[in-house]
Design a protein around this ligand. Structure first.
Ligand code: ADP
Ligand code: MG
Length: 301
């Protein structure tokens, strides 16, 4: 498989903070690859280095065989970078933003219209509107158009769906899979674990480290324990008591339930213990493993 992005032992500090710690990663041509992790994981730092806006302290990276430090000018025309929420000119209209980004790269809206058409048609009714006055979902669509307007072969999308409503998030991911079908290589970051399964492969990140790099399914398959869910009337007390039980290995809040693993699977003993602690309306059942469970197991909360 053709390698599109190669990151080799990259480290980056901001004074005392180690934002990236000896990161190595390879992303193949045509892959939809996700960097998944919470605030502070180092996602934006990695994007800035790959987008040639920041220098690593140590290590190297190549995009399509081109060194990101030595040949940064060459790289800038081949990548589209959507740096999160602040990339648009709020006082310019939708159309003006697009024309501006096109002109920076020496192209025009007309020249690459076919590339953005699918996304831009949602924006057409608002093309005179100032970017600052658009909804979150529309801003995100415009930012994607701006990142695509110079026909890049790689897209870097830093938390494109953060703070966007669920319908727009879903539409956005559908757009990404269409771009992928056209052969685009996409590196996207997200703090939302449910979006991880929409990627070909993901890297689970925490505090500057890659804890796991694999397909979402492989990561789920590697979860080596039976996973259970439990609820009761007093959820706060339940979490406390579950964590105190020697039968329970790991237990954390997950939606309206707690998810947990056993040290040894002794269901009756656990139920007796919870009853003895005064819990009511106890419901326990096996449950399917999600990427979020894998993440929590790896970070061992
Ligand atoms: P993410 O995008 O995953 O939230 P970042 O790459 O923004 O992660 O940040 C990684 C770490 O580096 C965090 O601890 C953050 O506080 C720190 N950091 C990021 N940018 C700067 C900066 N310009 N100056 C100092 N610390 C920074
Ligand atoms: Mg970030």
């Amino acid at each position: 498989m053709d390698k599109m992005i190669v990151v080799e032992k990259i480290t980056k500090h901001y004074e005392q903070v180690e934002a990236l710690s000896n990161i190595s990663l390879t992303i193949n041509k045509g892959e939809l690859f996700g960097l998944v992790g919470p605030d502070g994981a180092g996602k934006s730092t990695l994007f800035r280095i790959l987008a040639t806006l920041l220098l690593p302290d140590k290590g190297k990276a190549w995009i399509n065989g081109v060194d990101v430090v030595k040949h940064y000018k060459k790289i800038r025309s081949s990548i589209g970078y959507m740096p999160g929420r602040f990339s648009l000119y709020q006082d310019l209209s939708v159309e003006e933003n697009l024309n501006f980004y096109a002109s920076v790269f020496g192209t025009t809206l007309e020249e690459n219209y076919a590339l953005i058409e699918d996304i831009y048609r949602y924006l057409l009714p608002f093309k005179e509107r100032k970017a600052g006055k658009l909804s979150g979902g529309m801003k995100q669509k415009l930012a994607l158009c701006c990142a695509l307007i110079h026909a890049p072969s790689i897209l870097f999308l830093d938390e494109p769906t953060t703070g966007v409503d669920p319908t727009s998030r879903q539409e956005f991911w559908e757009t990404l899979s269409k771009l992928k079908e056209k052969g685009m290589t996409i590196l996207v970051s997200t703090p939302y674990m449910d979006e991880a399964v929409l990627c070909d492969r993901i890297a689970l990140m925490q505090e500057g480290q890659l804890m796991k790099v694999d397909t979402p399914q492989q990561i789920i398959d590697q979860f080596d324990k039976a996973l259970w869910k439990v609820s009761a009337k007093n959820m706060y007390g339940l979490l406390k008591d579950m964590r105190l039980s020697p039968l329970v290995e790991q237990c954390y809040t997950f939606g309206q339930y707690l998810h947990f693993t056993f040290v040894q699977e002794e269901l009756d003993a656990l139920v007796a213990y919870l009853k003895q602690k005064g819990h009511q309306e106890i419901e326990i059942a096996p449950t399917a493993v999600t990427i979020e469970d894998c993440y929590l197991q790896l970070t061992d909360v």
